[in-house]
Design a protein around this ligand. Structure first.
Ligand code: NDP
Length: 430
């Protein structure tokens, strides 16, 4: 959508082929409905906190069909808005699945369309692990449309989707187990984030099991774990990664090279092995985040239709896992920074947020800055805590700009906030 609208705004004649609702994964079965569910889940603790602040409430009850219906209504509205925006931008909308016939021809619903440039932005889809009985489990695609909430759920995986859905289910009152095959959640993130979020999720009531992985599922749903344990769940959600949507697109026939996992291989300008075919977003399996895909779209439109060759910039992309509490970061993990610079200065803070001091909540905020010793530039900022996504978005500007620890320190804090600790960390942790 972003590529189509931006290219059209630069004067290109654009057609877009889509078989489903507009908005892709993010709008329909990803970011947006996920965040709505996450808001719903956070009320549980908020109601509990309310009592400590003097509010007396009748015992709150949660009604899943109401949330689902309201979410569906909002998502349908958004998909409609996106379709209208495309039409208003002068983009020609073609309904149906597209298939490439040659490097300049796309076939949709029996019609052939010729174009100077073809852009593949078909995203990715969740995959289940290849274990017996996997069909008894669902993926995030299904989780958005559950008829009813289960009493007991098993979430498999240790990445974004696993943590987010474990928090959602747990917050909505489902007895939730999170099973991850590795020793530390959020592989690729700063190690301390992975360790500490496991503890925070456990405090929230999630049964977090590390080095635990299902070996098979039988009717019931009875799950046999690799270590021999067996347990029953009403729902098993596989959050075990996603694969690029390149099947059935005619890419190979058009000469487009794919990676082993099926991603379109592209250069710094998002160009595939065929000059007239470009690809952006999850289908290229680079940095699989919505705002990265939309940025890639704008860089590409500039390259092709405004005569300004603009390579992708995947440096210092901020990101958030909308678990409860949030995990967010920008820049390098401590381990990655150490590997790159040899030595690093690390500043950390861990504390109870003011908001949680009146109640019994034992939730801890964690903040971390990773500094390159020679230049004193802040090369990584990491956080676990309330609205970490909102906080890190601001910090990301400073990290992207290459600001130093001294410049962080010269910034006045806003008191009392959680985020002020990012400008008041004076003593090196190591
Ligand atoms: P991730 O790649 O983040 O996590 C997949 C998890 O499943 C990992 O913990 C992985 O373990 C585990 N896993 C993979 N294969 C198996 C297997 N066969 N058996 C058991 N466990 C397995 O994928 P997600 O599906 O969570 O999300 C996909 C991507 O979508 C994310 O990486 C992110 O780019 C994007 N996303 C972004 C969000 C956001 O911005 N808030 C939200 C949701 C998704 P291991 O680490 O050991 O490989």
């Amino acid at each position: 959508m972003r590529a189509a609208r931006t290219a059209a705004s630069y004067g290109a004649r654009v057609a877009i082929a889509e078989a489903g609702p507009f908005g892709g994964t993010c709008v329909n079965v990803g970011c947006i409905p996920k965040k709505l569910f996450a808001y719903a889940a956070q009320f549980r603790d908020a109601f509990r906190d309310a009592a400590d602040f003097g509010w007396r409430l009748a015992a709150p009850a949660f009604d899943w069909p109401t949330l689902r219906r309201n979410k569906d209504r909002e998502i349908a509205r958004l998909a409609g808005v996106y379709e209208r925006l495309l039409a208003e931008a002068g983009v020609f909308i073609v309904r149906g699945r597209a298939r490439l016939r040659d490097p300049h021809t796309v076939e949709v619903a029996g019609e052939r369309y010729r174009a100077r440039h073809i852009l593949v932005a078909t995203g990715s889809r969740p995959v289940k692990p290849p274990i017996p009985g996997a069909e008894l489990g669902i993926t995030s695609d299904d989780a958005f449309f559950l008829e009813r909430l289960p009493a007991r759920a098993l979430v498999v995986g240790g990445g974004y989707v696993a943590l987010e859905f474990a928090s959602i289910l747990n917050g909505l009152g489902v007895r939730t187990t999170l099973a991850y095959r590795g020793a530390r959640l959020l592989r690729g993130f700063d190690a301390e984030l992975g360790e500490r979020i496991a503890a925070e999720l456990a405090k929230k009531g999630i049964d977090v099991r590390l080095r635990a992985n299902p070996a098979r599922l039988d009717a019931g749903i009875e799950v046999a774990f690799e270590d021999g344990a067996r347990e029953r769940y009403d729902l098993v959600l596989f959050a075990t990664g996603r694969r690029p949507n390149t099947g059935g697109l005619g890419l190979e026939a058009a000469g487009v090279a794919l990676s082993a996992e099926g991603a379109v291989i592209v250069d710094r300008y998002s160009k595939s092995s065929v000059d007239s075919i470009h690809a952006i977003g999850d289908v290229t399996n680079r940095v699989n985040l919505t705002p990265v895909a939309t940025a890639e779209a704008m860089w590409l439109a500039r390259t092709l239709f405004r005569g300004e060759p603009t390579p992708v910039d995947h440096e210092n992309v901020p990101t958030a896992v909308f678990a409860d509490p949030n995990v967010a970061c920008v820049g390098l993990a401590e381990e990655a920074a150490r590997a790159r610079f040899g030595a690093v200065d690390v500043y950390t803070a861990s504390f109870r947020a003011l908001r949680h001091t009146l109640g019994a909540r034992d939730e801890r905020v964690f903040l971390k800055l990773v500094v390159e010793p020679r230049t004193q530039r802040v090369v990584g900022a990491h956080m676990i805590g309330p609205e970490a996504g909102e906080v890190i978005q601001g910090i990301a500007i400073a990290v992207k700009a290459g600001l130093t620890k001294a410049q962080f320190d010269a910034t006045i804090g806003i008191h009392p906030t959680v985020a002020e600790e990012f400008v008041t960390m004076r003593a090196k942790t190591r």
